[in-house]
Design a binder for this molecule. Sequence first.
Ligand SMILES: CC(=O)N[C@H]1[C@@H](OP(=O)(O)OP(=O)(O)OC[C@H]2O[C@@H](n3ccc(=O)[nH]c3=O)[C@H](O)[C@@H]2O)O[C@H](CO)[C@@H](O)[C@@H]1O
Ligand SMILES: C=C(OP(=O)(O)O)C(=O)O
Length: 440
Amino acid sequence: MMSKIIVRGGQRLSGRVRIHGAKNAVLPIIAASILGTEGESVIHDAPPLDDVIVINKVLESLGVKIEYKDETIRVNARNITTCEAAYELVRKMRASFLVMGPLLARMGQARISLPGGCAIGTRPIDQHLKGFEAMGAEIELGQGFIEARVSGRLKGAKVYLDVASVGATENIMMAATLAEGTTTIENAAKEPEIVDLANYLNAMGAKIRGAGTGLIRIDGVERLRGAVHTVIPDRIEAGTYMIAAAITGSDLYIEGAIGDHLRPVISKMQEMGVHITEDENGLRVYTDRPLRSVDVKTLPYPGFPTDMQSQMMALLLTADGTSIVTETVFENRFMHVEQFVNMNAQIKVDGRAAVISGGTKLRGAKVCATDLRAGAALVLAALAAEGETEITGIHHIERGYVDIAAKLRMVGADVQMVTAEAEEPEEQPISIFAVSPSLA
Ligand SMILES: CC(=O)N[C@H]1[C@@H](OP(=O)(O)OP(=O)(O)OC[C@H]2O[C@@H](n3ccc(=O)[nH]c3=O)[C@H](O)[C@@H]2O)O[C@H](CO)[C@@H](O)[C@@H]1O
Ligand SMILES: C=C(OP(=O)(O)O)C(=O)O
């Protein structure tokens, strides 16, 4: 039997949903803890997610000591015993590549084992490598691995990113903390998770200014030590529950959500006619009328997040009129469309745009989560659908949502998780390992 989530749609929701710490902030922060040669790091609000367990294992495989209890991770990185991240772990999660910058900066070398064969797809790492090379590293791309080496310390450099990549900004920023001299990252990504990482690195003793703007300046220091840090709340988890409220015509308080991190999502939902009020502890989301269609285009922060695109599309399916959703960040992030269509949605995809004819009655169906946010979007659509929806492929959802079924049940949804024994998650597509975008 396969694990699945079963949703019976049509329930009104009410109450509070507590938001966990941000997956996309905690992953680079755990990777960054490799840089601490003295003391211990204590990372609070680390969400209990599969991805967090994987990155912890990657660090443990390098010799780092990790204790993870009650959403707090203690990291002791005094002894690093190998500079190689093994394929068995890296294959489970693309974000494992974030250990490259810290390892290279601290140890002068890093080797990430990768699947052999040709690299295809849309998540290249050329910008990460360009940054490391600018800082004096030599990169070798072998059969089944990428290796970076530098003799002595990395050197501060001026790095211009061709695309404002979140991962490249993080990897280069981490590497630059221990470089000799000053590094600037131009066209840096501005996501809140980058600010959170910079705050943690600065608490470790780094000198980073400008995180959250397009120009980050890092003055290298000789060593970093462990630090205490609390991870920011997950804006994508918060956005997902905001849509759960709107799609069911309900009233929910999203506890811990930071409005400032959610501006584009709040604005678009308000344009649709959803009511959203903010206070210092979170957001209240409620609706009392039919929703209007809107057009949405994903962009790097502070634009509309690609990680909310599929959930927003679920909401647009229930609005009156036609909406156009344009995905500009990733080339192939419309896998949920086919699944929505199985639920009686009317959507046409034309290249990077999806045209949604809202207002058709969604019907429960057997559908499959093809990736993390696509899976979350199916749960949302199912909450609004007539009858029962069965969602398989839920290991994708569990990468990024803590107890999604239980959290929704607590506010009145009819959602059950049926767990099968020992299901080995499939590999992530090897596409992140496309070294240059032209291979994509
Ligand atoms: C763990 C984590 O934080 N994941 C997030 C991170 O992924 P990730 O850091 O992988 O995403 P990037 O910001 O790097 O990717 C954005 C775009 O840049 C391109 N690119 C990226 C790197 C590179 O070297 N060359 C290149 O061309 C990618 O193909 C993509 O089109 O940001 C994405 C964009 O907000 C989110 O969807 C992911 O949830
Ligand atoms: C795409 C995502 O994550 P990752 O970059 O880890 O695949 C996401 O969080 O939506």
